[in-house]
Ligand binder design. Sequence first.
Ligand SMILES: C[S@@+](CC[C@H](N)C(=O)[O-])C[C@H]1O[C@@H](n2cnc3c(N)ncnc32)[C@H](O)[C@@H]1O
Length: 391
Amino acid sequence: MSAESDLLDRVIRAGTASDAEISELVEEAGLDAVIGVLVDEVLFRCDEPVNATPVDIALDLTHGTERRRTVFRIVRDEPIEIVDAEEPVIRRELRMDVRDLVRRLYGRADHRRAGDFYDTFLPTRPEHLWELPAILAATNQASGTLLSGCTVPHVDLGALSVAHGSDKWASFHWYTAHYQKEFAPYRDQPVRLLEIGIGGFEGELGGPSLKMWKRYFHRGAVFGLDLFDKSALNQPRLTALVGDQGDTETLVAIAEEHGPFDIVIDDGSHENEHVRTSFDSLFPYVRSGGLYVIEDLQTSYFPRFGGTAGDEAGPQTSVGLLKRLLDDLHYQEQEARTDEPPTVTQDAVVGVRVYRNIAFIEKGVNGENGIPRWMDDEAWVALGAIPPAAE
Ligand SMILES: C[S@@+](CC[C@H](N)C(=O)[O-])C[C@H]1O[C@@H](n2cnc3c(N)ncnc32)[C@H](O)[C@@H]1O
């Protein structure tokens, strides 16, 4: 892990730590280094600016007697800029203890978002008084934009998917409603998420869903894997990797370096053989309690993707894989069970939730005992709990 990503990781974890622990981190790493991480995150999270005239807002972060100023220039249709200019015309000053910003950004999603900063509207009496209302309006809008970047956003994954240009909602897929439900328990965790398939048409960098996951998992590290090099997308908490999901060696090397993962999503080629290879290679690298997601199960019925023509998906398909996982989930109940140790999926699949065209496979310890085999049918018949078999 590089020094930068190590610091990022520590700052993320500090989001749920005590004041003393955050102070210790700031003292060890240095206030400027920690503020560097926070400002990158604020810039990523800010809503699109709406003010038509540029406004400079100062964010002063304090730690004990130390104080650092970052000035954000905010205006509609432009990326927000950090202004180094000697004399920006600062309209508003927001002052906050650096520990509160760490918590706002990387604490729990329901962390309070008020009563933790000082706000000063700077006296900038315009030359003509009639300009004042417009200045006030623009300043309020710009302050709202900056504060949107200083919080965990309320996220509607459907709206976010559409805004970023992913096809996970309102296209031929209706997945985000399922994601919203399935991912909610993970939102506050510092998850490591790998998505196979970054997306983007020819000549386009893509990455809509990776940006969506980065925004949703405010403490998460998001990795994408694609056949094409999309490393220009790289930014804090988002890494684009290159590789073929049909190649076990590549997948294992990636998982050894960046895993274990809390969540893996397969939204790559949707070739049935690739889906199975990826699952077999990566499921062992999902942590216990994590999820493996497979999108576009419909290709199980498309022969050109290696699917089965007809109404019953064969064992080589994604749906065939899910049917096998249902058997593995119940391996202890099977009459043919031997004393062989369980396979990885028999031992660790604890849930298979299938919605139309998408499946969520939950990993855990599949150890809850069924009826022991020594309690055979004869014992139950003798106890009168079940009727004797018909002659
Ligand atoms: C449907 S797009 C992904 C869309 C994106 N996940 C989203 O939700 O916006 C599929 C991506 O999978 C990539 N892909 C196709 N075959 C692949 C393979 N064998 N290994 C890795 N990526 C592959 C394509 O280059 C394409 O970018």
